[in-house]
Ligand binder design. Structure first.
Ligand code: AMP
Ligand code: MG
Length: 340
């Protein structure tokens, strides 16, 4: 089916139209504070199947289920550890996804065949209004074509999914810009499966012990079962070949000069170029700015026809770990320069 994809500004009428489509088993792209999500009724196998179809997403890559009231969690999670309620109190509504054993109500299509389900309570008012108007939780992965950078504006969604979905609700550009932090519970704390805006440091203050999963900063061997299945796939990739350079601005420029004229530089700010005569894009000085700009920058590089890119390595503290985690995957784990 080919749709005439509509973009609607996120007002009351758009919320009602999104809910009407979602109730009839359709998918709708919705804004959240992290990235745009491609939503469907989490309890409806056929509707959820359409998400996988529209994105070209592998069936074993689980979806995050979004709620707008804490009571909704009890329909989804079969067990809720005390730590989870503590995290919910501090970080919800917000960009934190928690993994629970799933109830029978959650179809295996939604959980990617797993016995667990990831649940998030978004802060975005538009997202919450749409979930409220539906009255059921929404399964929603990022609203991009599988493998490409996540969408942080309605136009990014349109570029990827026009003709494949009926409607995009436009809530402007996403405040956070990278996907949610994903955690699972352990006896004595939590395991960070995917870094996001809620940092390991912040989690530590609430739950004590935070184990960082190996998959966060290293490439998982092909045959290993990933704790966070999304991390094993080729991800966030622009068409350009990206390499990350670790080192000072001076060292970056010296190295960039050796790579030739067709190189694009992905730097923090104009100052990094300091006279270096190569095309460049700035992706922000602070980790928060970089989180917000990263995916747009990756898409912009494609638009401008970049083939070869050298990116300055972000700081990896706080939300910087999320930026580094996404950039590493976009760069297929190519890192050069100084050791850590
Ligand atoms: P996306 O919304 O496109 O970022 O994809 C959701 C990601 O959340 C998946 O790719 C997984 O990495 C993670 N996730 C969702 N549900 C689970 C789960 N039950 N167990 C582990 N990771 C999950
Ligand atoms: Mg995604």
């Amino acid at each position: 089916m080919v749709y005439d994809t509509r973009i609607m500004k996120a007002d009351g009428e758009a919320v009602a139209e999104a809910a009407r489509l979602l109730k009839s088993g359709e998918v709708v792209a919705i804004p959240t504070e992290t990235v745009y999500g491609l939503a469907a009724n989490a309890f409806d196998e056929n509707a959820v199947g359409r998400i996988f179809q529209a994105k070209g997403r592998p069936q074993d890559n689980p979806l995050i289920v979004h709620i707008s009231r804490l009571e909704m969690l009890y329909d989804l999670a079969a067990e809720i550890p005390d730590y989870a309620l503590k995290c919910a109190e501090v970080f919800w509504s917000g960009p934190l996804t928690m993994i629970f054993p799933k109830t029978d109500k959650v179809p295996y299509v939604t959980s990617g065949g797993l016995d667990t389900v990831g649940v998030r309570f978004p802060a975005s008012a538009a997202a919450r209004a749409i979930i409220d108007a539906c009255g059921f939780p929404l399964a929603a992965p990022s609203a991009n074509l599988s493998g490409s950078p996540s969408p942080t504006s309605a136009m990014h969604v349109y570029d990827d999914l026009k003709g494949r979905i009926p409607c995009i609700i436009d809530g402007g550009s996403c405040a956070v810009g990278v996907e949610s932090t994903v955690i699972a519970f352990e006896e004595d704390g939590v395991r960070l499966l995917r870094p996001g805006f809620i940092s390991a440091e912040e989690l530590e203050d609430v739950v004590g012990k935070v184990y960082i999963d190996k998959g966060v900063t290293s490439q998982l061997p092909e045959n290993i079962k990933a704790a966070s299945p999304g991390m094993k796939y080729k991800h966030y990739s622009p068409k350009a070949d990206i390499t990350i350079f670790r080192g000072s601005a001076d060292e970056y420029r010296e190295y960039a000069k050796t790579l030739g004229k067709d190189l694009w530089c992905m730097v923090f700010d104009d100052g990094d170029m300091n006279g270096l005569d190569l095309p460049h894009i700035c992706y922000g000085k602070t980790s928060e700015e970089q989180a917000k700009l990263l995916f747009d920058t990756l898409r912009e590089l494609d638009k401008r026809g970049a083939k070869k890119v050298l990116a300055r390595c972000p700081d990896t503290n706080g939300v910087g770990l999320a930026v580094y985690n996404r950039l590493l995957r976009a760069a297929a784990f190519r890192v050069v320069g100084n050791d850590e």
